[in-house]
Ligand binder design. Structure first.
Ligand SMILES: Cc1cc2nc3c(=O)[nH]c(=O)nc-3n(C[C@H](O)[C@H](O)[C@H](O)COP(=O)(O)O)c2cc1C
Length: 434
């Protein structure tokens, strides 16, 4: 049985690519973003719908009260600001969508609306916005706050933020620019209107001083997994990024989002769900398995890497806990709640060290030859119902990207499982095309 075609995306980190191999100059030259230009071109050629650029706004020093481990592994810092990098990636490509992360807790809505309207123009309608509320006190402290606002309140702010930016994007109608030498009018002032928004969190007069972009509104991407986050996403998002654990939870998550979208009066097919995977690809199953063994043999590195992850996104300092015991029941987070719940489940009864040393962040374990992995992806989509996968490799390397784009993707394409071209001009239209 073959699933209907599905979509591919890439979770991009604008951080140091895999520098530990010692083989590549990218370790120090990545900051000019040409590494990412090569990457996005490879993805476009391979049939990806989008490359997403994650972001956060801090140098985490939660684990053991120091940034030592974080900077040692270059997990969340150093990194580049995704918003300006979108322009460069779009200039180097023709069709692929490019999604930049920006936080509703820190950006003022007017600046964000203007930045993304600008990006929508310069990408010719290919930009997406990953709407995040952020989750770190360390980031809040860079913006005059002592701590990050409470989890559900952040979503209330995000909802009003999106309302304001949408009004701003609509403050120029499609008829606003006439550019008519005969009448002498460039823009028609009756088609450019203040928004006079006065709300609980924001007062914004408008209009925007950037005209309406080709998509009107950027593609809205979201990754909420708590009930509040799911509601927000189902109401507003064109696409969702998520890491439920295993086929059953993947199906439940997608069904739940589609139900919430229908309840909010939307067509559920307008909300595409992307599941995070991190395939280990080899020419043969044995070669892939050997790569996996190599990963497991790097246990201490993996452990330290995951400790940085927990510390940065959940602000949980595991250095005060006994690594040879499971996560204590009473540990909670004001950060990524849905993810923490899943991770706690994945850890199960295993010790923190044991689980973190072998942990791979993915909805499905995909290890094998392109044929083996394509079979599993096909079966998963058949069972779950759609809509696609997002590849995550932290950090990426040229050889890993090539495993996916030159190894796995041609196999998926041969089976008719991924797109063979782009029928539309804008990212949103391509996203909705099947
Ligand atoms: C695949 C994926 C990518 C994410 N990317 C970012 C990001 O770049 N920046 C960020 O602050 N949060 C990011 N998040 C966190 C989400 O925006 C959200 O806060 C998190 O999934 C927890 O959802 P919840 O607050 O509804 O529990 C990401 C989450 C997932 C699952």
């Amino acid at each position: 049985m073959t699933a209907a075609p599905f979509r591919l995306g890439w979770f991009g980190n604008l951080t140091a690519p895999n520098w530990r191999s010692g083989w590549s100059e990218d370790a120090t030259t990545w900051t000019d973003a040409r590494f990412y230009v090569d990457m996005v071109r490879a993805m476009e050629r391979a049939g990806f719908d989008f490359m997403m650029l994650e972001d956060s706004l801090m140098v985490p020093d939660i684990y053991a009260g120091t940034a030592e481990l974080e900077l040692k592994h270059a997990v969340y810092a150093p990194k580049l600001d995704p918003v300006p990098v979108v322009s460069m990636l779009a200039y180097a490509t023709e069709h692929i969508g490019i999604v930049a992360t920006a936080s509703t807790t820190f950006y003022p809505p007017y600046l964000l609306a203007r930045a993304f309207a600008t990006l929508d123009h310069v990408t010719r309608g290919r930009v997406g916005w990953n709407v995040v509320t952020s989750s770190e006190d360390r980031a809040a402290q860079n913006f005059g706050m002592d701590e990050i606002p409470e989890h559900d309140r952040r979503y209330d702010v995000a909802a009003e933020f999106l309302e304001v930016t949408t009004k701003l994007w609509e403050s120029w109608t499609e008829k606003a620019i006439v550019a008519d030498p005969e009448s002498g009018y460039y823009a028609d002032h009756t088609q450019v209107n203040p928004i006079h928004h006065r709300g609980e969190f924001f007062d914004v007069r408008g209009p925007l001083n950037t005209p309406r972009g080709p998509q009107g509104k950027p593609v809205i991407c979201q990754a909420g997994s708590s009930p509040k986050g799911r509601d927000f996403a189902a109401r507003n998002a064109d696409m969702l990024l998520t890491i439920p654990n295993g086929l059953e939870e993947m199906k439940n998550y997608r069904d739940d989002i589609r139900e919430r979208a229908a309840e909010a009066g939307r067509d559920p097919d307008e909300v595409k769900v992307f599941f995070v995977v991190a395939p280990i690809v080899g020419r043969t199953d044995a070669e892939a398995q050997a790569k996996y063994e190599e990963f497991l043999a790097d246990g201490q590195h993996n452990f330290e890497f995951q400790m940085c992850n927990f510390a940065a996104t959940m602000e949980i300092d595991f250095s005060v806990l006994d690594p040879d015991l499971p996560i204590p029941e009473d540990v909670t987070t004001n950060g990524h709640q849905g993810q923490f719940a899943i991770w706690k489940k994945v850890f199960g009864d295993r010790s923190i060290r044991d689980a973190a040393s072998a942990m791979r962040i993915a909805s499905l374990e995909l290890i094998g030859s392109p044929t083996t992995i394509a079979d599993k992806m096909d079966e998963a989509m058949e069972y779950v119902g759609g809509d696609g996968f997002m590849f995550l490799s932290q950090p990426p390397s040229r050889s890993y990207i090539s495993d996916i784009t030159e190894g796995l993707c041609p196999e998926l394409r041969r089976r008719g499982l991924i797109r063979t071209g782009f029928g539309h001009r804008t990212f949103r239209d391509n996203l909705r095309s099947f």
